[in-house]
Ligand binder design. Structure first.
Ligand code: BG6
Length: 505
């Protein structure tokens, strides 16, 4: 497991505040992260002036810097097509950080920006990688040793292939020394666009890099609330015995968004909702809520259990696909910037999925996501079967007496459990009560998903990154839907609604 095994994993830890009804427990602080590495590290952001870099990577790097979680010697190289000077790039970084309101002192900002440099180049131009190699040599001369190189691909997937090839041709895919310094590559999803392209990309990556150099990102895995689900399930005795098809009726996993495609029309038109968030975020949430106990904590055991779940998904029956999936598109999508007027790309999907294993056989999983809906909400709701016969007054015969566990991922973060309780008084009425665990606002120790991604990559810990087996299994399932769901209607829905009104029950 390398360096990372010496550090406690996030799921050894408890949230910073626990509210059970009116009762409050003492704060249990999260473990602070340590200094990432003593070896100087160069972070290259390919696509440095893009949305992801501006909104997430630059503010996260700054936050890691002020919390002293970056190596002492570090450099950021922004690599993009735009004609910018170092000064322009630093101004861009400054604005990006200000826009995210990261709390800081001016001196920290000046120091941080002093570590940043800009390199103009086209991603498919080999000469640009020659210039990058020159920047590495100059930096390593300043550091007095072969430094670590972290190459972050914050670019649309269509550039991946030529970037990988060019990095290899410019001898940038392997470390500059066998003794010190590593070279790692961080790749954003979607990793391919179906099972065939994912396999060929994976083959190429496998040819150019070793698996321990490849960090495939799904930022949902790095979310604190997602990590806490494993702690909740496996560190408490009372949940695992009922976490199966004997007690659970169904599980709903949803990632609902209020925003439309905004400025990402071209990307989204090509990708659609199922590839954008279904193949990755939704399937990873499914894996975390259903996977078996991984045994001793370790990168391989956790990734193996996630992969096992995803590969046990049963492809929907081709002839009855409309009973298993709903696809939708919000009215107005075809008028968005860079979207074709006759686009048939989905902005919404709902899938009824089943797993082929003893624990979950027969339990339906509803996976739902959409843009331009009435609310922003990511959560997993676990519905338990009812007790027969119902221990309730006669007037309740028509009501469903279920326990519901809800794992709230955003915007609220926490866990709530719906119980039935007797109403005080002379009658026999029963009513629902929620026990709630809230992560609480603003603990200084909370870590943003992208900070975690960058930090863990520098540490060399791949636990929260997707393995090649997970990617392949996820694409196998998603491709079985993509290939067949054109037979189903593309339902139009109003912006600000709950999505298409089509039932899959
Ligand atoms: C990204 C998708 O991976 O996840 C976006 O590309 C989506 O389309 C986003 O909006 C949702 O992530 P979050 O963290 O805002 O829930």
């Amino acid at each position: 497991m390398g360096i990372a095994s010496k550090r406690p994993r996030a799921w050894d830890l408890t949230g910073d505040r626990c509210n059970v009804g009116m009762m409050e427990k003492n704060e249990i602080p999260l473990m602070p992260l340590g200094r990432a590495s003593s070896v100087p590290t160069i972070v290259v952001i390919l696509g440095a002036t893009g949305d992801l870099s501006r909104k997430k990577l630059i503010p996260s790097l700054f936050d890691l810097y002020i919390r002293k979680h970056l190596p002492e010697g570090f450099r950021i190289i922004g690599f993009s097509r735009g004609m910018l000077s170092d000064e322009d790039f630093r101004n861009f970084m400054h604005k990006s950080i200000d826009a995210q309101s990261v709390d800081h002192k001016q001196r920290d900002m000046d120091d941080f920006l002093g570590h940043a440099f800009y390199l103009q180049g086209d991603f498919d131009d080999l000469n640009a990688y020659g210039k990058l190699s020159g920047s590495f040599l100059a930096a390593d001369k300043d550091f007095g040793r072969c430094s670590n190189k972290l190459l972050y691909l914050a670019v649309p997937p269509k550039y991946y292939e030529s970037i990988f090839q060019n990095l290899a041709s410019a001898y940038l895919s392997s470390p500059c020394s066998d003794e010190t310094g590593w070279t790692r590559v961080l790749v954003e999803k979607p990793f391919g666009r179906d099972i065939d392209t994912a396999r060929s990309l994976d083959r190429m990556l496998g040819h150019l890099f070793r698996e321990e150099q490849i960090f495939r990102i799904d930022h949902y895995l790095a979310r604190e609330t997602l990590q806490n689900i494993l702690t909740f399930r496996f560190s408490n005795t009372i949940f695992e015995p009922v976490w199966n098809n004997k007690y659970i009726e169904k599980i709903e996993i949803r990632l609902l968004e209020k925003i439309g495609v905004e400025m990402r029309g071209a990307f989204y038109e090509d990708i659609g909702a199922l590839r954008d968030v279904g193949q990755n975020h939704l399937l990873q949430m499914l894996a975390i809520i259903t996977m078996d106990h991984p045994g001793p904590l370790g990168v391989d055991s956790i990734r193996r259990e996630r992969a096992k779940i995803i590969s046990s998904l049963i492809p929907p029956p081709v002839n009855a696909i409309k009973d298993s999936v709903v696809r939708g598109q919000y009215i107005g999508f075809t008028g968005e910037k860079d979207v074709h007027a006759d686009s048939a790309t989905e902005t919404y999907f709902r899938i009824k999925a089943y797993l082929d294993n003893d624990r979950w056989r027969g339990v339906p999983f509803y996976l739902e996501s959409g843009k331009a809906l009435k609310e922003k909400k990511t959560e997993i709701a676990v519905y338990f079967k009812e007790i027969e016969p119902c221990f309730c007054p006669g007037s309740h015969k028509e009501r469903r007496h279920q326990n519901i566990f809800t794992f709230k991922i955003q915007p609220d973060e926490g866990i709530s459990i719906r119980f039935w309780a007797r109403q005080p008084g002379l009658g026999e009425e029963i009513e629902t009560r929620d026990f709630a665990f809230n992560y609480g606002e603003g603990s200084k120790l909370r870590t943003d998903a992208y900070e975690r991604v960058l930090y863990d990559c520098i540490q060399g810990d791949q636990t929260l990154f997707v393995s090649t087996d997970e990617v392949t299994a996820a694409w196998e399932y998603i491709t079985s839907i993509l290939n067949n769901w054109v037979r189903t209607e593309l339902h139009k829905y109003q912006k600000g609604s709950g999505g298409p009104e089509v039932s899959l029950e």
